[in-house]
Design a protein around this ligand. Sequence first.
Ligand code: KIV
Length: 275
Amino acid sequence: MSVQSAIRRRTAPDIRARKNGDPIVMLTSYHAHTAALVDRHCDVILVGDSLGNVMHGFETTVPVTLDMMILQGRAVMRGSQQALVVVDMPFGSYEASKEQAFHSAVRILKETLCGAVKLEGGVKMAETIAFLTARGVPVMGHVGLTPQSINTLGSFRAQGREEGTWQPIEDDARAVAEAGAFSMVIEAVAEPLARKITETVAIPTIGIGASPACDGQVLVLEDMLGLSPRAPKFVRRYGQLGPMIEAAIEGYARDVRSRAFPGPEHVYAMKSKRD
Ligand code: KIV
């Protein structure tokens, strides 16, 4: 008997085939329970290194490790059934050489069973992307604002807001597409530039603070749910979970202090002799 699941997960080639098609819907998730909810509505779940900010309270994604990504990638795979799960390669796990990138990517694929990895960078990473894709590792690129480079960039400012600065970003996008990536994230880039890149490259672009013309969109789940205390300008809040969670915690604390919780329905009676 086959042990394969009846539900077929989306694959990197499925997403690659969505260029100029129905918009690709992607959200981040780092846990099994949120992955199950996201899975019902999204094509791609990104286990982003933004987990460093969201789960661990780091100011940047620089401290995130491969082990942290693998642990949460496994949780998301267990919680989801249909979406393509993409796991971010964290800072320091792929930049030294294409061989280092291959070993890190293989650990991610083998230990999480996810369908693809994502890495930041354009022209400088093109050789690495080609090396990985030629060896069976589907790669999602990430151009524009690349948060792992915060220490050389100096700030998380949007990119390409003056036309004179467009060329290197266009070169990055072209290099990622030509190297064999199956799609690319464009983060925090002037709208006309993101639109132009989307019209020019052959693979789907997935925007975050980019353009409605992109082939898909991604947001950090906790940002759009209203759980993150601060969120960038490009986030639309689809919920206000922060205040809802706080009200629930406040109610619980009040009930414990007044002995209103637990109630009779929450405690175990003694077994009767006949049971
Ligand atoms: O880590 C992340 O959440 C990301 C998205 C911002 C695209 O890379």
